[in-house]
Design a binder for this molecule. Structure first.
Ligand code: GAL
Length: 442
């Protein structure tokens, strides 16, 4: 048995991530509730319903498991639609749930990391045009002010927006998220307002809590040219890199908001991040395709030879994680991997996926890059947006009908990693022998 192990730096944050709409249950006042009620929008017409019944108190069970399994942090989100009922109408009692949740996390030894916007908008925001409306960033700032005032002594790490670049693509280019548009002009408008909303939120957080760390969580996808030698494949991959991964990041870096031929400046956005939140799941192989202007002249496919998840949603491509980390490093800020994981109900590929991706995180952290934490998606199966309940990302399985949780083998593996702040040959041999040679072989 080799002696070496993959050891992470002291103080590394180990957690899982969740989002309000996906776990709380009973969210009826946001754009996703409306979307779920429209025919044909969600896989099999499924609904979030009770979700993981966190509102009913079952967060105690899930976070209790997380803490018992050695995690020391948890990333969750606060549901905007519950707190702000109209531009000036508030339900203060809605914050009680989050008070209890945050208190509970702290009692369990989990550092709370709070997300202020994770895909859902209040219905009244949706009805006035969502992020295409110039007033939305202003209303969002009011919500942020309200929340940060309450939690500034409890929460130090704030994620303003979850995957704003992914949100723009899903909502206004692919149309699989509400409002289901396929229109680059709307996408650009929403993108610009999301950048404004993030900027206002960032400044408000610092006004109320000068020592807070604030940033946003970026959806990073690996795009690799199918034929490395072919300039047009490289060009198509670069186009996707620029219009997906760099979409939000550029604005924060230099104020320039750019989506294909549209562009503008939001100067106030420059420098509004204290850390980079990196979310990486999968990568594509990209070939130039003249017939697909709407997809930036590209055909995308699963990288050759990569294991693929049961519904074909995720390919196991750890070099995309390596590329994402190296991309994130350009900003010279601490990096948190705020999401990474795979849908895998039978837990066949998750152990290997987890270890392969963590190896890339380990390499970066041990090369002296400022990688500070890793949050697995997710603690327990939950409602997966337009894919409904068809995909299972949990370390624990959930039967939404009975609310019964069942531990997967990956929970054992992740627990040992968290507890030992790294992974050892003996653990891998026992819990993921399929990847032992790859990780520890000569
Ligand atoms: C992310 C998203 C999460 C979760 C995950 C797995 O893009 O932020 O909410 O759904 O994908 O599909």
């Amino acid at each position: 048995m080799p002696e070496s192990s993959y050891q992470f730096p002291d103080g590394f944050l180990w957690g899982t991530a969740t989002a309000a709409h996906q776990v709380e249950g009973g969210n009826s006042n946001n754009n996703w509730a409306a979307w779920e009620n429209e025919a044909g929008r969600i896989h099999n017409g499924e609904k979030s319903g009770l979700a993981c019944d966190w509102r009913g108190g079952r967060w105690r069970e899930d976070l209790g498991n997380a803490a018992r399994d050695g995690q020391n942090a948890h990333r969750f989100s606060i549901e905007w639609s519950r707190v702000q009922l109209s531009p000036d109408g508030w339900d203060d009692s809605a914050l009680d749930f989050y008070r209890e949740l945050v208190k509970g996390m702290k009692a369990l030894g989990l550092q709370p990391v709070a997300t202020l916007h994770h895909f859902t908008d209040p219905l009244w925001i949706y009805e006035m045009g969502g992020w295409e409306n110039d007033k939305t960033p202003v209303y969002f700032e009011k919500f942020v002010r309200k929340v940060v005032k309450v939690f500034k002594d409890e929460v130090n790490l704030w994620v303003t927006l979850n995957e704003p670049n992914g949100l723009v693509v899903n909502s206004y280019v692919d149309g699989c998220f509400p409002p289901g548009k396929k229109d680059f002009r709307s996408a650009f408008k929403a993108l610009t307002n999301l950048i404004r909303g993030h900027t206002l939120a960032y400044h408000t957080i610092h006004e109320l809590q000068p020592n807070a760390m604030a940033g946003y969580a970026l959806y990073y996808r690996g795009f690799f040219p199918k034929r490395e030698w072919f300039p047009l494949d490289r060009w198509a991959a670069r186009g996707l890199q620029g219009n997906v991964n760099d979409l939000f990041a550029n604005a924060i870096h230099n104020g320039r908001v750019k989506l294909i031929l549209f562009n503008t400046m939001v100067k106030e956005a420059i420098g509004t991040q204290d850390f980079v939140g990196l979310q990486y799941y999968s990568s594509d192989e990209v070939a130039f395709n003249l017939l697909k202007p709407g997809e930036l002249f590209s055909s995308r496919q699963c990288p050759h030879g990569a294991p693929v998840s049961p519904t074909g949603f995720i390919a196991d491509v750890p070099r995309g994680m390596a590329q994402g980390l190296s991309w994130a490093r350009q900003f010279g800020l601490p990096i948190y991997v705020t999401e990474n994981g795979v849908e895998d109900a039978e837990d066949q590929m998750r152990p290997a996926y987890l270890l392969r991706h963590l190896r890339e995180v380990w390499k970066a952290a041990n090369a002296g890059w400022q990688v500070k934490g890793y949050f697995h998606w997710s603690q327990v199966d939950n409602f997966e947006w337009e894919r409904g309940w068809s995909q299972r990302f949990g370390l624990w399985a959930l039967d939404p009908a009975t609310q019964l949780r069942t531990r997967r083998k990956s929970a054992d593996l992740y627990a040992e990693i968290c507890k030992r702040n790294g992974f050892h040959p003996e653990t891998v041999q026992r819990l993921a022998p399929e990847v032992f040679n790859e990780l520890f072989g000569a």
